[in-house]
Design a protein around this ligand. Structure first.
Ligand code: ATP
Ligand code: MG
Length: 377
């Protein structure tokens, strides 16, 4: 369904998925006076605990989906992999934003690459791998990635020749994969944009990202890339959002190779590299998501300080017991976010820290604050 009139508080907004992205969306909606419904099977998931209603059911549970569709004026998603059938059930009953079509493209690397290529967007060299005799024309080393269900570097293998690639394909479950040339990255940047049904568009300043073991570790904003590249990233974000007729918040991850940008992937939702907006932007990416899907005017995306830096807090930090939260908060210009997850596991995103000031100062402060968490005494 599509919206004609803006959806105003106290209407009900649905969020499919119960992670931290949904938690912030629910909080932002609640602040604005909306009622919220979360559909998520985990009874202690971060978003379920702050929503007005938490439907504890599988994502494809027909009864829960029907209830959600009937109660909500709009439903949005907070993770990349909602079952297509679930979005279709919702789409028949209410407004779903972003559209099931946009989500289905972003959740499948092969569809995503085909979409980006057709739309004339710059992407790195890649090949499709779908059988165990594959011998694609690609320069090794290369990275084999499952087309679906990967996140935080999961479902990926670095391979150095075709026979290693075929062995990796079997290890990954013999499922459709994309094989990407491993690029020599100068750096990585991302842009979080918002588009509403009227075509209104807004972009946050471009952020610079450092990954460790395939997981985002550090985001610094504004990115230290030439103005031309930052402007180009925003322009590509706008072109992609328009090409998808996108409604909501969309993140575009880029590789910087030489002096050019290549699109890495799309996230059809707010993004980890936009978490700094919670503390250092006039409008957070989550408030922007609510504004966009409800057809409200988009909010001001400016930084409130010259710069910001965000570091992720992974479950590994709990190896020696509860981290020293007070130590991280010692610099007053640092904010602590914990998502309320009950079980810390290695590599699991448990929270983040954001610091602000000049870009350089913010980065030093955030990194030092995280070190202080595990310092004894
Ligand atoms: P996330 O969900 O955290 O965004 P993901 O599992 O979807 O991660 P990608 O974004 O594809 O995975 O890859 C994670 C990281 O691995 C990239 O940000 C980059 O640092 C590195 N990487 C991925 N593909 C390539 C490539 N072709 N060349 C060089 N580095 C790469
Ligand atoms: Mg990524």
């Amino acid at each position: 369904m599509s919206a004609v009139e803006p959806i105003l508080p106290p209407a009900t907004i649905g969020v499919l998925g119960g992670g931290q992205l949904g938690r912030y969306a629910v909080i932002a909606a609640g602040v604005m006076g909306y009622r919220t419904v979360v559909l998520e099977p985990d009874p202690v998931a971060p978003a379920g605990r702050v929503a007005d209603v938490h439907l504890v059911a599988a994502y494809d549970d027909d009864e829960a989906l029907r209830r959600m569709g009937d109660e909500c004026s709009v439903v949005t998603t907070e993770f990349e992999n909602p079952p297509a059938a679930a979005l279709d059930v919702l789409d028949r009953r209410t407004l779903v934003a972003p559209s099931p079509m946009a989500v289905s493209i972003a959740q499948d690397r092969l569809l995503e690459k085909a979409f980006l290529t057709d739309a004339g967007m710059p992407v790195g060299p890649y090949a499709v791998v779908d059988d165990d005799a594959a011998d694609p024309d690609i320069v090794y080393p290369a990275i084999l990635k499952t087309a679906r269900l990967g996140y935080d570097g999961k479902g990926q293998r670095l391979v150095s020749d075709a026979s290693e690639m075929r062995a990796a394909w079997r290890l990954l479950g013999s499922v459709p994969c994309v094989l990407e040339q491993a690029l020599d990255l100068r750096t990585e940047v991302s842009v979080v944009v918002a588009r509403s049904a009227s075509g209104a568009f807004a972009s946050y300043p471009v952020a610079e990202n450092t990954h460790v073991d395939g997981i985002l570790d550090l985001t610094v904003v504004p990115a230290s890339v030439p103005r031309r590249l930052a402007d180009r990233a925003v322009g590509l974000g706008l072109a992609i959002a328009d090409a998808l007729d996108y409604v909501g918040v969309l993140a575009v991850e880029f590789f910087v190779v030489g002096s050019e940008l290549l699109v890495n992937e799309l996230a059809p939702r707010p993004h980890n590299s936009g978490h700094w907006t919670l503390d250092v932007a006039q409008t957070s990416q989550f408030e922007q998501q609510i504004r966009a899907v409800c057809g409200l005017p988009l909010g001001d995306t400016s930084l409130t300080r010259p710069g910001a830096a965000m570091v992720n807090l992974l479950g590994d930090l709990w190896d020696d017991g509860e981290p020293h939260w007070d130590a991280a908060l010692q610099p007053g210009h640092t904010a602590l976010h914990l998502y309320g997850k009950t079980t810390p596991r290695a590599g699991r995103k448990m929270g983040h820290l954001t610091s602000w000031g000049s870009r350089e100062r913010a980065e030093l402060t955030a990194v030092a604050a995280r070190v202080a968490l595990s310092r004894r005494g």
